[in-house]
Design a protein around this ligand. Structure first.
Ligand code: FAD
Length: 465
């Protein structure tokens, strides 16, 4: 659906409180630019919305002028669906207010807020909700796909903590979705991505976290990959619920102050454990790792929760050329470990790696059908294979590495499509495979109720059915 008709942006300007940018306006480039430097698209017009009414006005303008709609939250996806060529971008990045109600333990968060915006506000009260591990990721796209991070084992996914959402529907109606208002829409928003409307406000349930938490980072050399992954396989199920973990396979040691200089960029495997209980509980939890297989280096320290949330930001700077594919693994079987270790050494960029999220604890106490999340709720690993490079040429090499590794792991995967938020190419078959046919059919039916014309199709698209 490419825009061909002429249109007058003044009509949109006069209908909105927020600014409207055309290609010649100052602010246009900033508003269209997203995290993935490999994606350089030029919308015909950008509506920088400041209210749900602005969003409704932009949608009406898009409809009247047959413009393809894209919705930008934090602009932090590999897929780049939030920016299109020629169409109308609804940019939510100015809608980033966060209002915390510490008595109720809840927060209202603007649809364009980033994790950093949300964490800064909630941490003032020693509260937090599950979010991603890079702080400039938008809460919008992250939550609508599921939302996994350090708190997943303790508090479930972001969607498991969603109380309600304010949504601007394709026809311009502004509605609230919760367990009691528009419950089917509320179900679909919790995992169904940006398919059902523009979420202008998320209401979350918060948990007491920090402000000081505990970090344990362990790094093993590439040659010890098999032993390290076998150790991690035994260790993860022993972790107390009040801890989070991330496994980084095919990682190059960062040039960080806590890494001895002679290990900078050395390839290997990392296990990062975040403890949300006492220092003693954390020390006891990580002791078995240190005893079982001496790491090349380790870093065990108290850290502010907000610092933990920003700790990996330098590993994924804006403007990198990125590509990713993911799949779900039931376990690190010996076969899986063999594929991971065989492929780990084949990447080119030091920033390319395989972040693997242990999904268990509170995550698996939620019923399979309670939310629209794509993927099982039984304990498993969300395995992401990520290419991240400073230039397009190196991306060509590491994109091939991602695809080869994914193909090799695919026969061993419990869900070869993986998490919808980790799909750089979200084609119909993979989206359907991620949800499974029953859940996809329900999503398609709800899509037909709320967006029969598939206005919101620049996403991991669910076709109205
Ligand atoms: P955008 O590019 O702005 O949006 C992506 C899509 O989401 C849009 O096309 C639109 O369909 C939809 N969307 C966004 N906001 C709204 C809204 N308010 N209303 C309606 N639709 C909306 N995911 C995790 O779960 N955990 C992680 O730890 C994690 N780490 C990541 C690290 C990196 C470096 C990157 C690039 C991604 C990571 N992700 C992670 C994936 C991330 O959750 C998704 O890419 C998500 O879509 C980003 O949301 P965004 O709002 O920033 O993206």
């Amino acid at each position: 659906m490419t825009q061909t008709a002429k249109f007058d942006p003044e009509t949109l300007r006069s209908a909105m409180d927020g600014p409207v940018f055309g290609p010649d306006d100052a602010g246009y480039d900033r508003a269209r630019t997203i995290w993935n430097g490999d994606i350089d698209r030029h919308p015909a017009v950008i509506a920088q919305c400041v209210s749900p009414d602005d969003v409704a006005a932009a949608l009406a303008f898009g409809r009247d002028n047959a413009l393809e709609i894209s919705v930008r939250g934090g602009g932090h996806s590999y897929s780049g669906t939030s920016v299109g060529e020629d169409g109308l971008m609804i940019n939510l990045s100015a809608m980033k207010g966060v209002a915390v109600d510490p008595e109720a333990g809840q927060a209202l968060v603007g649809g364009g807020a980033t994790m950093a915006d949300m964490d800064a506000a909630t941490q003032s009260y020693g509260l937090a909700v599950t979010g991603g591990v890079i702080s400039d990721t938008g809460v919008g796209g992250l939550t609508l796909g599921g939302g996994m991070g350090w708190l997943t084992r303790m508090a479930g996914l972001a969607i498991d903590n969603l109380v309600s959402a304010q949504v601007v529907l394709a026809d311009g109606r502004i509605v609230r979705a919760s367990e009691t208002e528009n419950p089917e829409l509320f179900w679909a928003l919790r995992g169904g991505g940006g398919n059902f409307g523009v979420v202008t406000e998320f209401e979350y349930r918060l948990h007491p976290v920090g402000p000081e938490v505990h970090l344990g980072l362990f790094f093993w050399a590439a040659a010890e990959g098999t032993d390290a992954l076998r150790l991690i396989r035994e260790f993860i199920p022993t972790l107390p619920r009040r801890s989070g973990a991330l496994i980084a396979a095919a990682m190059s040691a960062p040039p960080a102050p806590f890494v001895p200089e002679h290990y900078h960029f050395v390839p290997g495997y990392a296990l990062i454990v975040a403890g949300f209980g006492s220092a003693e509980e954390h020390a006891a939890a990580v002791a078995p790792i240190r005893d079982a297989l001496a790491p090349l280096f380790e870093f065990i320290t108290p850290i502010p929760y907000a610092g933990l949330q920003q700790m990996l930001d330098t590993a994924a700077p804006r403007g990198m050329h990125g590509y990713e594919k993911a799949l779900d693994l039931d376990d690190f079987s010996n076969e899986v470990i063999a594929v991971l270790t065989e492929n780990a050494g084949q990447k080119t960029s030091p920033l390319s790696f395989m972040p693997i999220f242990p999904l268990n604890g509170a995550f698996s106490t939620v019923g399979e059908d309670d939310t629209a999340f794509g993927g099982a709720r039984t304990a498993h690993y969300g395995c992401n294979i990520t290419a991240m490079t400073p230039d397009a040429e190196t991306l060509t090499l590491d994109r091939a590495w991602v695809r080869t590794t994914w193909e090799a792991l695919r026969p061993l995967a419990s869900n070869p499509a993986g998490y919808v938020n980790f799909m750089a190419d979200a084609d119909y078959d993979r989206v359907r495979e991620s949800y499974g046919s029953t859940k996809y059919a329900k999503l398609a039916r709800i899509k037909a109720d709320y967006d029969p014309g598939n206005v919101f199709h620049r996403n991991a698209n669910i076709k109205p059915g």
